[in-house]
Write a protein that binds this ligand. Structure first.
Ligand SMILES: NC(=O)C1=CN([C@@H]2O[C@H](COP(=O)(O)OP(=O)(O)OC[C@H]3O[C@@H](n4cnc5c(N)ncnc54)[C@H](OP(=O)(O)O)[C@@H]3O)[C@@H](O)[C@H]2O)C=CC1
Ligand SMILES: O=C(O)[C@H](O)COP(=O)(O)O
Length: 503
């Protein structure tokens, strides 16, 4: 159970502690932040509301711990990460339980998130050992006008303190996707977990604590992003911000100083369906892509752009599958569970009502109880409806009928987002041309968008983000290049003659 067994020390009465200097602590603010269970709408957990002074102390410790961590052998950093991964996987049950309670993720998917996170940490340790153990050696005479008198040695060095801010929908996985690359690359790490998802993150951080990482290297500051977010992101000690979330990321990028930023923001992933597509395959992918975790994935299919000639048949197939989705508590592994908050449910409802007023076809009756919204397919959506452009982050999927592939590509490219997209066709040549034409970070051919597997590059264009994720890209982003140039008095050629005469 969450907060028991090896996790007892992270709890102080009914409030979870924050993590600083290798210890679990109670904030001097004396205040806590409530985490509301999305399904019951009752307070499930409480976390510390950390103060600015506590942030300052954590940053100081992070700066100093990083200096010795950078000198810790790479293999040893990897060994500790493997240990943390094993502890995390051994303790998947209580962590998954808190995911179920604070973000209403179905129980089975919650376990999958924890296991996937352990695998990500281990992969990152292995990849780090490989890519950080290598540097480059350049010779000057490859550039015009130079003789071979300069030997250039490059290696990747840490940035310093990395600030990690994940979102509610994958609090554990999107936290470790920032923590593991930062640590293997020799950085220290300050985590600000999402409020919904903070308790799962605190359990995950305890696994790193138990693995034996040095004091101060990892910290976890809890509190509302709206209250301590700016103080954290504009803190002078921060050398890199890795953020996943919504529009907040755009304002952070405007306020942050001259430091590397990794921003993974929203998306409006389009699914373009051509006339020759396998419609059964498309229908299953629309269900998986549009409705898993109730559509609360940045990579969810958020708009279907289908050729008019196959639209009726596709809509019927998707409708039949929507009817089979189960709706209810996450504990019972229902396909559709409560969305994360009342404000999110209200926002989704606003998009649905706008579509209703403007004449969209409702394939199911709109139904909502509290934060639980029944899956809804909206057909005959037109570009003047908000749902054609905005991301509901909920179980509501619009279908726009198109009369040409160009119309589909134009709709996709007119979006301010550019995360992923997908195209269904049996013609690989056409698929490649469409992929090239779509202004998104990734295009999936004949499958729904997805971030995983976690070592694949993952990036958004336009308002969907900057920088690229995925294990290798994250490690690279969290390092900088250091160069040392050896200058020789005379040109030197290996195996060349004339050495003795030049001495
Ligand atoms: N591209 C991607 O990989 C992903 C994108 N998303 C996008 O994220 C959104 C939903 O996630 P959600 O968690 O609600 O996103 P938010 O942007 O609301 O929150 C993300 C994180 O930022 C924190 N935060 C809030 N305000 C500030 C601030 N001023 N400064 C610093 N941090 C702050 C939040 O903390 P707190 O919870 O305390 O407010 C949370 O930890 C959707 O738009 C979705 O598309 C989601 C997942 C993945
Ligand atoms: O936050 C998200 O929505 C994730 O990055 C999506 O991950 P997934 O495509 O692997 O579910």
């Amino acid at each position: 159970m969450a907060g028991t067994g090896i996790f007892t020390e992270i709890l102080d009465g009914e409030v979870y502690k924050f993590y600083a200097d290798g210890e679990w602590r109670t904030s001097s603010s004396g205040k806590s932040v409530a985490i509301v269970n999305p399904a019951t709408r009752k307070t499930q957990y409480k976390v510390q509301a950390c103060t600015q002074e506590e942030v300052n102390k954590v940053m100081e410790m992070a700066k100093s711990a990083q200096k010795s961590w950078a000198k810790t052998p790479l293999w040893k950093r990897a060994e500790l990460l493997h240990k943390a991964a094993a502890i995390l996987k051994d303790n998947k049950a209580p962590i998954a339980e808190s995911l179920v309670k604070e973000i209403a993720k179905p129980a089975k998917d919650s376990v999958t998130e924890v296991v996937r996170s352990g695998d990500l940490i281990s992969y990152c340790a292995e990849e780090g050992v490989r890519i950080l153990g290598e540097g480059k050696f350049l010779l000057s005479d490859s550039f015009p006008g130079n003789e071979r008198t300069k030997y250039c040695l490059t290696s990747k060095i840490p940035l310093g303190v990395v600030l990690a801010i994940p979102p509610f929908n994958y609090p554990v996985n999107l936290a470790v996707s920032k923590i593991a690359p930062a640590l293997i690359a020799g950085n220290s790490l300050v985590l600000k977990p999402p409020t919904q998802g903070a308790v799962s993150c605190l359990h995950m951080v305890h696994c790193f604590h138990l693995a034996g990482f040095p004091k101060g290297l990892i910290s976890c500051i809890t509190g509302k992003g709206s209250e301590i977010g700016d103080f954290l992101t504009m803190h002078p000690a921060v050398n890199c911000i890795s953020f996943t979330g919504g529009d907040t990321g755009i304002s952070i990028s405007k306020k942050a100083g001259m430091i590397p930023l990794q921003m993974e923001l929203g998306g409006k992933d389009a699914c373009i369906v051509l006339e020759d597509a396998d419609l059964d395959l498309v229908a299953s992918n629309i269900i998986k892509g549009g409705f898993s975790y109730s559509g609360q994935r940045c990579t969810a299919v958020k708009v279907v752009l289908v050729m008019e000639s196959v639209a009726d048949e596709l809509v019927e197939k998707v409708k039949a599958k929507v009817a089979k989705l189960t709706v209810g508590p996450p504990e019972e592994n229902c396909d559709i569970t409560a969305v994360v908050s009342e404000s999110s449910a209200n926002f989704i409802e606003g998009l649905v009502m706008d579509a209703k007023e403007k004449g969209a076809t409702f394939c199911q009756e709109y139904k909502r109880e509290g934060n639980l919204i029944w899956p809804l397919l909206l057909d005959n959506v037109r570009p003047d409806m908000r749902i054609a452009w905005e991301e509901p982050f909920g179980p509501v999927l619009p279908v726009l009928r198109i009369s040409s592939v160009e119309e589909g590509i134009n709709h996709c490219n007119a979006s301010n987002f550019g995360l992923q997209g997908c195209v269904f066709t049996k013609d690989i040549n056409k698929a490649m041309l469409i992929s090239d034409a779509m202004e998104t970070g990734t295009v999936q051919i004949n499958s729904a968008p997805a971030r995983g597997p976690d070592h694949f590059p993952f990036q958004g264009l336009k308002d969907s983000g900057i920088g690229s994720q995925g294990v290798t890209n994250s490690i690279n982003l969290m390092t900088k290049v250091k160069t040392t140039v050896i200058n020789l008095p005379t040109p030197s050629y290996s195996m060349g003659d004339g050495f003795i005469s030049r001495l």
